[in-house]
Design a protein around this ligand. Structure first.
Ligand code: FEO
Length: 393
């Protein structure tokens, strides 16, 4: 286990999951994921969240070791999604005197998730309320839709720790952190935009609530405990949740039936690089990780969608990608298009219609039409588009 003692009286008791194939049944996690859980040992002993049901046994071993014969008094349930609530019923049954502390909205979810009725063992806390463990006083702040409605975060006033639920979470098991050479932001960004991205306004509300707290450490439910340079992480969350681009740059997302649209997309990337120092990132959305493409779409200020016409519309994988962006409330960006068609090109018009329906989207002209294959005329058109993209920061 990577952590033991986080702060005096505060122990890490979470687990890594390297067996998982897809997080939430959809997100590729090549370095696994961690389900974080913590123990605060004071006059009263509090467990901070549980873990996925597939890892109950390993978590229980960590818990027992940390408890060292003590009995827990409280289970603080910040989030009941099964990756954190999956061991709640088990541990509540094991320690029948233990009280679950949660938000009002979590109460109904207890009944939905657990066969056993725990109603008489639930202590509901409201915004700003506190719970004294002895030296440690826990203060609770409601964080609805970061990432479910029942979510709350917890501030340990003595240890100056913010237990941030899914907020500031990151893909990747803790035992694999050293293999993740792209730094915290890369997988934290993919996690944020794909999982919490729709709820930027709620994240902003939470950031405002905790802005006045003296936070020395952030303990999320996934990924590393954050102990230094907290302004960096909070600043990124502020940018992301305001839907502001994090970096100037051009993201080119493409798909291709027979390689011709891909050739045009990659040629456009080359032309931009030849003409400027503007950062360019590309993704073959049919072969690369689609959720990383969503991340890059939000990361940069400009995006080019390149897709062939298919059955009179857009190649389905691009339609799927655009739908992902719509669901995650993509906005405040500049977008251009490259289409392809052999007898009736239509994908450019249809992509534009779908993107224009999103908030504050500026279209960069011209639309480049690849007439089946990339020719000298296509290259000239791509050069014009490259100029427009370069000068439209
Ligand atoms: Fe990590 Fe929303 O669960």
């Amino acid at each position: 286990m990577k952590y033991d003692l986080i702060a005096p009286d505060v122990k890490y008791i979470g687990v890594d999951d390297l067996d998982i194939d897809l997080f939430e049944g959809q997100y590729d996690v090549p370095l696994g994921v961690s389900y974080n859980s913590y123990l605060i040992e004071d006059e009263k002993v509090a467990i901070m969240d549980t873990v996925d049901a597939t890892k109950t046994q390993e978590w229980e071993q960590n818990l027992e070791k940390a408890l060292d014969g003590k009995t827990p008094d409280y289970l603080i349930v910040q989030h009941l999604e099964p990756d954190h609530g999956g061991s709640v019923q088990y541990i509540m049954e094991k320690y029948p005197q233990m009280i679950a502390v949660c938000s009002q909205k979590a109460v109904a979810m207890f009944k939905r998730f657990f066969e056993k009725d725990f109603s008489d063992r639930i202590q509901v806390v409201k915004e700003g309320e506190t719970l004294s463990l002895g030296q440690h006083t826990l203060q609770f702040f409601m964080a609805p839709m970061v990432h479910w409605p029942e979510v709350m975060v917890t501030y340990d006033q003595q240890a100056k720790i913010l237990f941030s639920a899914d907020g500031f979470g990151k893909f990747g098991a803790l035992c694999k952190e050293e293999e993740d050479d792209e730094g915290w932001a890369c997988e934290a960004r993919r996690y944020y935009f794909n999982i919490v991205g729709k709820y930027g306004a709620m994240v902003q509300n939470l950031l405002k609530k905790v802005a006045t707290l003296d936070i020395q450490q952030i303990c999320p439910l996934h990924g590393p405990v954050l102990s230094e340079d907290l302004g960096y992480y909070i600043g990124l969350y502020d940018t992301w949740s305001k839907y502001e681009p994090e970096n100037e740059g051009i993201f080119i997302a493409y798909c291709s039936l027979h390689g011709n649209t891909a050739e045009a997309a990659l040629k456009l990337a080359d032309i931009i690089k030849e003409k400027s120092n503007v950062k360019v990132s590309t993704s073959d959305i049919a072969r690369d990780d689609l959720h990383e493409a969503v991340e890059d779409a939000f990361r940069y200020d400009r995006m080019v969608l390149c897709a062939p016409t298919y059955d009179g519309g857009i190649m389905p994988i691009m339609e799927d990608f655009i739908n992902h962006l719509r669901i995650k409330t993509y906005q405040n960006r500049k977008v251009a298009f490259v289409e392809n068609g052999t007898w009736a090109p239509a994908s450019g018009k249809k992509m534009r219609e779908q993107m224009e329906a999103m908030k504050n989207i500026t279209i960069i002209e011209p639309l480049v039409t690849v007439e089946s294959t990339v020719k000298a005329k296509t290259i000239e058109d791509l050069k014009v588009l490259a100029d427009a993209l370069i000068h439209n920061a």
